[in-house]
Design a protein around this ligand. Structure first.
Ligand code: FAD
Ligand code: SF4
Ligand code: SF4
Length: 485
């Protein structure tokens, strides 16, 4: 038999370094209320942008995504005008796609090869187009039910990802959440970036999985991890995150008018924020600080809003897109200053800051700030929002679990697959929505292996979440969980 003719050499399409512009609400209009800042692509714009992708043989974009979202494939389908196909590909790896298409920090784009010559493909924006123009209302399908129950504690991104992945594998999952609603820190993200409706859209796709949400139950206080195991849960996944705020630890922090940014944002996203004044100082340099300055401006239009950060702009951990957004909206940035005390009388009237000089880079590559003696100055203000980080609340969890607190504050197991010292108990979280989901995904592989071992079977890969060939199908019209709470 004659050998096959050699394959024609691969000729990548000509590289176009210029991104199809992402539409934005003009600054003058958007700062007056909480309307959406970044708008969706039109169908035509999405196809044009997708056509810029050169479909790399080794897609760094996919490798950089913590949940290995097959973005290369959904981009290919959009370029071919197949939005239904693109929506399916998006949703099959990503149960929080409607949320992530608005707020993901798009690590994929940083790795996109086009960055070498121009602006990377707008991968997150194309995810949004896939859902906007494709069939995004489909429901997930559980595989054949397994007679094992798993308790997930915490309904933030890590807990929701775990619940989805376990539900699709056929486990019966109960998610315990101390708050009245699911979402974790997602529910503090301001409405000009995403709304609760986006998350609800994601959770609606869980409707046919055996996942039950039990809200207002704080594990540790309302029953322990040991109680959950005794109740018959074969495994427990702790996705506790960082629900508490860190403080500055300076005199005057208890004055009226000084608020933890997390509480301020949590209240303002749900319409009951305390009033902010005409001169607001936000302390911090991360995404919470960025959301706080922009939210404060919207709540008090025309106010002077100042961000105080102890390092330089380059060292700010905030997403550059958010920093640019804040700058465009007129936020004043004061770098290399750290608060020393907050002054009254009676309520906040100013914040005393000290100039910092930056020393050599530390082990993490960031220069450590050192105070310059005699450099104190006062910034007059009537509101101070403290955005210097979040922390876990593990007071009610026993030390026998061996939980480690990650450098960014969330509790996690230290063994492979985030195992804790107690068999069957796992714990993980993450520094962003998609990182938390990625950690949960890793933990679920370990949970599945543990449960397979208990039932004398072998672990399996996650099945097609839309019930592809060979999957178990629930009866038509099925609406209730297999097991009531
Ligand atoms: C203001 C703000 C804006 C952000 N913006 C972005 C963004 O744009 N993009 C991005 O990717 N990331 C963003 N993040 C970060 C992101 O939200 C977090 O990294 C992510 O939510 C972490 O997920 P998690 O599941 O590990 O923890 P969390 O989101 O903290 O969720 C933990 C959940 O567990 C619950 N819980 C804790 N203890 C118990 C208990 N004992 N019993 C029952 N329930 C319990 C909590 O109530 C909470 O619901 C933002 C964070 C904040 C604060
Ligand atoms: S989830 Fe985030 S990192 Fe992953 S492909 Fe989508 S935008 Fe990129
Ligand atoms: S790295 Fe960029 S160009 Fe390559 S496949 Fe991914 S999105 Fe396309």
């Amino acid at each position: 038999m004659a050998p096959d003719p050699p394959a024609p050499p691969f000729t990548p399409p000509k590289l176009n370094p210029v991104r199809v512009p992402v539409p934005e609400e003009p600054v003058a209009e958007r700062v007056a209320d909480f309307r959406e800042v970044i708008h969706a692509y039109s169908r035509e714009a999405a196809v044009l942008e997708a056509k810029r992708c050169i479909q790399c043989r080794r897609p760094w974009c996919v490798e950089a995504c913590p949940i290995s979202q097959d973005c290369k494939e959904y981009i290919r389908l959009i370029a071919a005008d197949d939005f239904d196909g693109a929506a399916r590909v998006t949703l099959q790896d990503d149960p929080l796609a409607t949320t992530l298409c608005k707020v993901c920090y798009h690590y994929c784009e940083e790795s996109c090869v086009i960055t070498k010559k121009g602006v990377p493909i707008a991968i997150r924006q194309l995810k949004r187009a896939a859902l906007d123009f494709g069939d995004s209302e489909r429901a997930y399908v559980a595989s054949k039910p397994k007679a094992q129950r798993v308790a997930v504690v915490g309904a933030g991104p890590a807990g929701l990802m775990a619940a989805w992945d376990l539900g699709v594998r056929g486990y019966s999952v109960s998610v315990f959440e101390q708050e009245p609603e699911e979402g974790g820190l997602i529910r503090t993200i301001p409405a000009y970036r995403m709304t609760d409706a986006d998350l609800r859209e994601d959770l609606a796709r869980f409707r046919d999985l055996d996942v039950t949400f039990v809200d207002r139950r704080k594990i540790g206080r309302d029953g322990s991890v040991a109680d959950l195991l005794a109740e018959g849960y074969a495994a427990v996944f702790l996705a506790l995150g960082t629900p508490d705020h860190r403080t500055l630890g300076v005199p005057g922090e208890d004055l009226p008018g000084v608020l933890p940014a997390l509480e301020f944002l949590r209240a303002s996203t749900h319409g009951n924020a305390p009033p902010v004044g005409r001169s607001v100082v936000v302390v911090g340099g991360g995404d919470v600080a960025m959301d706080s300055v922009r939210t404060a401006l919207r709540m008090s239009p025309g106010a002077t809003v100042t961000l105080v950060y102890r390092r330089d702009r380059e060292e700010m951990p905030a997403d550059p897109e958010e920093v640019r957004g804040a700058e465009a909206e007129g936020i004043r940035f004061v770098f290399r200053r750290a608060p020393v005390r907050i002054v009254g009388p009676g309520r906040v009237a100013g914040i005393v800051v000290q100039t910092m000089e930056l020393g050599p880079p530390d082990a993490g590559g960031r220069r450590s700030p050192r105070p310059v003696p005699g450099s104190e100055e006062t910034i007059a203000c009537d509101t101070v929002l403290v955005a210097v980080g979040q922390q876990a609340d593990v007071r009610d969890f026993p030390p026998e679990l061996g939980l480690r607190i990650s450098p960014r504050g969330w509790p996690e197991g230290v063994g492979p697959g985030y195992t804790t010292h107690v068999p069957g108990v796992f714990a993980a979280g993450g520094r962003s929505v998609v990182y938390a989901m990625g950690a949960a995904m890793e933990a679920v592989v370990a949970i599945d292996a543990y449960l397979a071992h208990l039932r004398g079977g072998a672990p399996t890969a996650r099945p097609d979440p839309f019930g592809g060939p060979g999957s178990f199908h629930l009866p038509v019209g099925y609406t209730k969980p297999i097991r009531a709470p």
